[in-house]
Design a protein around this ligand. Structure first.
Ligand SMILES: Cc1cc2nc3c(=O)[nH]c(=O)nc-3n(C[C@H](O)[C@H](O)[C@H](O)COP(=O)(O)O)c2cc1C
Length: 178
């Protein structure tokens, strides 16, 4: 067998599905944006998404208090801005202004859409059962926006330690999974 024992501390990088996304949240006075890669689809329709958000992040409190957010899906052209939003706290910094991201009002939630991202998913928190233990919020997507002119979005996928994979070739195979 060619495989060797692998450090458990690095397992997340094997399984991380990506794409890396920008999560926006808002209070009555301020909006914030953070980078997130620990998320997973949980249900087709209505779409449910599970997200792990550390309680050390400013976004955690905003999401907990408002129960709303937007998952914005960026492409490689703004990769540096995406990583910058994950390297800074919004507690005392307007990351939209600092990193040049444009906010647009969402339809159903107070958190903003980000114009530079090719897709934005307006979400409401529907299950907080695992928030205390894992920081795991279950979100329901209540409205989705996609720039359909972008046929092959080059999303970015986190590999750990500053390494990212850029979505590339697609292949078509017979699959029973819709
Ligand atoms: C590529 C990347 C992926 C990240 N994924 C997550 C994540 O899934 N969950 C999380 O809590 N923090 C994640 N972070 C860290 C937060 O984005 C970071 O702590 C950020 O500064 C939080 O911002 P805030 O304090 O304004 O909320 C990630 C950072 C990077 C660079």
């Amino acid at each position: 067998m060619a495989k060797k024992s692998f450090p458990l501390s690095k397992v997340y990088a094997l399984l991380e599905p990506g794409p890396v996304v920008l999560l926006t949240t808002a209070s009555a006075v301020q909006a914030n944006v953070m980078t997130m890669s620990w998320h997973s689809m949980l249900e087709f329709e209505p779409p449910l998404v599970g997200c792990v958000i550390s309680n050390r992040n400013y976004s955690y409190g905003l999401l907990e208090a408002s129960g709303e957010c937007v998952i914005n899906i960026p492409t490689v052209d703004i990769a540096k801005k995406v990583v910058s939003c994950g390297n800074a706290s919004g507690l005392k910094l307007d990351k939209f202004k600092k990193f040049g991201l444009t906010k647009s009002p969402a339809k159903y939630v107070a958190a903003p859409l980000i114009d530079e991202c090719y897709a934005s998913l307006e979400c409401r928190v529907v299950d907080t059962g695992m928030v205390v233990k894992y920081g795991f919020f279950v979100l329901e997507v209540v409205q989705a926006w996609v720039d359909t002119a972008i046929k092959h979005p080059q999303t970015i996928h986190h590999l750990g330690y500053g390494n990212f994979m850029v979505a590339g070739a697609t292949i078509k195979l017979r699959s029973r999974m819709r």
